[in-house]
Design a protein around this ligand. Structure first.
Ligand code: ZN
Ligand code: ZN
Ligand code: FE
Length: 760
């Protein structure tokens, strides 16, 4: 300590903090820090975040100001911190104030967080009063986004409002030293939500711990149980039981798409898959996403969980309910979204009985309402960090910095893998994954999510950003809204999204490869090199166009992509090339009809789609004549790659003709699919570097669904980096169309002048 310094004058500091600072124990943290430093004043939540007023010696206040951002709770995020010195008021105590209502609601809603170690220890401790209680949580963990019904975040504005805390829970809630101080969902067996097990018709069979035991017994007997989790229902079944998995697939109409598996902990995950250090961190993180891992050859799982797929989506139990259920069963559980095919996930138990009655044998439910649907997030470790494939639980609705003109804009996203976004207070709030806009249920969920985000933020949208595609349900919704509309070209949105995701201004060369997007010339784009930034772009290069026989039908039938490519490259003679699998797959009448259609251009749109190029080559190699889900054959081509093959087909980044000729030659020579797949991927990487070198822009942004392909992405990053380019990959939103809304907001922020609106 040394010599005692003279007393500083008393001062008062007003601090405003914005970001993810509510519901993470921020006020208790401030309270404890103020007490430690013997400061007086108060801390409170408001609609903008957290406000603090502290009074004491000036030097101590400066220390307080320095330590708040350094020592903030782990789950919190500070996006703005401003302070002002004001006149001291002679305060003598420090208190936590009740929430105040204010004007613009820019406080952040927090994502749901996985059960923390301290809570799990209590749940597993027979002497603890929360032993085996499935709804245990604290300020470090538990539900947030899935229970909030209004801001600021306080118990009366959550779906816990109907549960009155017992004296012991109330005591914890009120005690600044307690881990549950102001933990809004705080509950215990005496006062909180309860479990129940229902039969297939919604009749109660058991409650409480008996319900959990009966559900585990049903799972052990091969039943399909719909389990109400944080953000909706899972359909669960024994992941080792092939017959049970078959039943689930048949009832859910999900024939081949891989199913995710939930396990108790890291040790169990390691039995099924190889788990790297980064992957184990991701699995055990508070976000607890499904992580795509490489399967072990012999893992004791049913073959039909992820048929023909070297990867497996694995998540760890992330709530006490799931921890208890997995400990009770002792085996891994298939955990797939509680929905029919691609519809939105069910959140309400009565609705679940109606919609999932034909799928689930039992329903493990509880009486805590779910405020909004939140699916599991899906991610994979690639190029040194976790990359999202689907952004939902644990990540949404965390906001993303956005270069903004301060206008409030709704971005409605694209058509598949839809998520929407709202710009508010200079940040983008990107919604949770909504899904494919193919069904009325999905469209209803889309409208619900928009209304929800607008209401939660009390937003007054000035405009709506939508995809340039005139027929998307999302475009039509925007045009019906009555608000000014800004159309954003699909691949430009991908580029702007990747820039915003990296807080980069650009310009950059966007290598934007995906399945489909409406181009400014009215054709189907998808293999684009766009040079530009959020404000504008030029189409620097693109894949050579080809006609796609049957248009959208080609997504499910890769042989159509192959046919379109072959006819474009070699003419109609290919119709007699019966040695090629995709030609053989068509009958003679079909060939004649399709050839005529291609010649006249009937229902055979021009495309530059990289996704369809993948499909076509996969079909040529014989990796599937049909895709049960988008990207299935393209994924099969990626998985086939023999990494020891270093050479490449000729490809300049645009004309795939020489590449296709080389593929056909290799197929005819009987070269292995692994070698062909490797030479193809290597060619694409070389082509990307070639175009980048020609364009000469130092920054290259990779976006679009094709960059979920790790071989392509890691190859491109390595080659571009070696050639001196700075490479931008997505970090906070997926490279697929789940990231489009963020890009639409970024483009709109640059387009939307203060007075007039312009469209692309
Ligand atoms: Zn906890
Ligand atoms: Zn209680
Ligand atoms: Fe796309």
């Amino acid at each position: 300590m040394g010599t005692r310094r003279p007393r500083d004058p008393i001062a008062r500091l007003q601090i405003g903090i914005r970001g993810a600072v509510q519901g993470v124990g921020f006020r208790p943290f401030v309270y404890r820090l103020a007490k430690e430093l013997a400061l007086s004043g108060w801390v409170g939540n408001d609609n903008r975040g957290v406000t603090i007023e502290v009074e004491g010696e000036r030097g101590v206040l400066e220390e307080f100001l320095r330590r708040v951002p350094l020592e903030r709770p782990a789950a919190s995020v500070i996006t703005h911190l401003e302070h002002e010195w004001v006149a001291p008021m002679g305060a003598t105590t420090f208190e936590i104030r009740a929430s105040a209502a204010g004007s613009a609601k820019v406080a952040e809603m927090l994502p749901d967080l996985a059960t923390c170690p301290a809570c799990l220890a209590e749940v597993l401790d027979p002497r603890d009063r929360r032993h085996r209680y499935p709804f245990t949580n604290c300020t470090h963990c538990g539900p947030r986004f899935s229970i909030v019904v209004g801001l600021p975040y306080d118990r009366p504005r959550t779906t816990m409002a109907g549960f009155t805390m017992c004296p012991r829970c109330g005591g914890e809630y009120a005690s600044p030293a307690d881990r549950r101080f102001h933990a809004q969902p705080n509950a215990c067996p005496d006062c909180g939500p309860r479990l129940a097990l229902w039969d297939g018709n919604g009749e109660a069979e058991a409650v409480g711990d008996e319900a959990l035991a009966a559900a585990a017994a049903a799972l052990a007997a091969g039943a399909i149980v719909a389990v109400k989790g944080l953000g909706g229902f899972h359909l669960m079944t024994d992941a080792r039981d092939e017959a049970a998995v078959t039943r689930l697939r048949e009832r859910k109409a999900r024939r081949e798409k891989p199913l995710a598996v939930m396990v108790e902990g890291l040790a169990q995950a390691s039995l099924l898959c190889e788990v790297s250090e980064d992957e184990s961190i991701a699995l055990a993180s508070p976000q607890a996403p499904i992580v795509l891992l490489t399967r072990r050859p012999v893992a004791g799982l049913a073959n039909n969980v992820a048929p023909g797929n070297p990867r497996l989506g694995v998540m760890l139990a992330a709530t006490p309910l799931h921890h208890l259920l997995l400990r009770a069963t002792g085996f891994p559980l298939v955990a797939t979204s509680g929905n029919l095919s691609e519809e939105p996930i069910c959140t309400d138990e009565r609705e679940a009985v109606l919609r999932l009655g034909g799928i689930a044998d039992r329903f493990l439910v509880n009486d805590r309402p779910i405020a909004r649907h939140v699916d599991d997030s899906v991610a994979a470790v690639s190029c040194g960090r976790l990359r999202l494939v689907r952004r939902a639980r644990g990540f949404a609705p965390r906001s993303i910095a956005l270069p903004s003109n301060g206008r409030t804009v709704i971005a409605v996203g694209a058509h598949l893998k839809n998520a929407i976004a709202l710009s508010v207070g200079g940040r983008a709030v990107v919604s949770q994954h909504i899904g494919d806009m193919e069904t009325l249920e999905a469209q209803a969920a889309f409208e619900h999510v928009i209304a929800d985000l607008v209401a939660m933020h009390d937003a007054r949208p000035a405009a709506i950003a939508h995809d340039l595609h005139p027929d998307y349900a999302t475009t039509r919704w925007a045009q019906r809204s009555g608000l000014p509309c800004i159309a954003v070209q699909h691949h430009h949105a991908h580029l702007a999204s990747c820039l915003a995701d990296n807080e980069a201004e650009g310009p950059a060369l966007g290598v934007i490869w995906d399945g489909t997007g409406f181009g400014t010339d009215g054709t189907v784009w998808g293999g684009e090199f766009l040079l530009g930034d959020a404000a504008s772009f030029a189409r620097a290069a693109h894949l050579r166009p080809f006609r796609l026989p049957g248009g959208e039908a080609a997504v499910r039938e890769p042989r159509r992509s192959a046919l379109g490519l072959l006819v474009a490259a070699f003419g109609e003679q290919v119709l007699s090339w019966d040695d090629l699998a995709p030609i053989r797959a068509f009958g003679s009448t079909e060939r004649t009809v399709l050839a005529a259609a291609l010649a006249r251009g009937t229902n055979s749109p021009w495309t530059t789609s990289a996704g369809r190029l993948f499909d076509g080559v996969a079909a040529l190699v014989g990796l599937g004549e049909r895709s049960a889900f988008e990207g299935q054959t393209a994924m099969a081509l990626e998985f086939a790659v023999d990494p020891s093959v270093r050479d490449a087909y000729p490809f300049d980044g645009s004309d795939w003709g020489p590449l296709l000729a080389a593929v056909v030659e290799d197929v005819r020579r009987g070269v292995s699919p692994g070698t062909i797949a490797a030479r193809f991927h290597n060619a694409l990487v070389a082509g990307i570097v070639g175009v980048a070198a020609q364009v000469g822009c130092g920054t290259v942004a990779l976006s679009g669904g094709c960059f979920q392909n790790r071989v392509l992405t890691e190859g491109a990053v390595a080659a571009l980096t070696a050639s001196g380019f700075t490479v931008l990959l997505h970090r906070q939103v997926p490279p697929n169309d789940g990231g489009i809304a963020l890009g639409q907001l970024a483009v709109t922020a640059r387009r939307l002048g203060p007075l007039e609106l312009r469209t692309e």
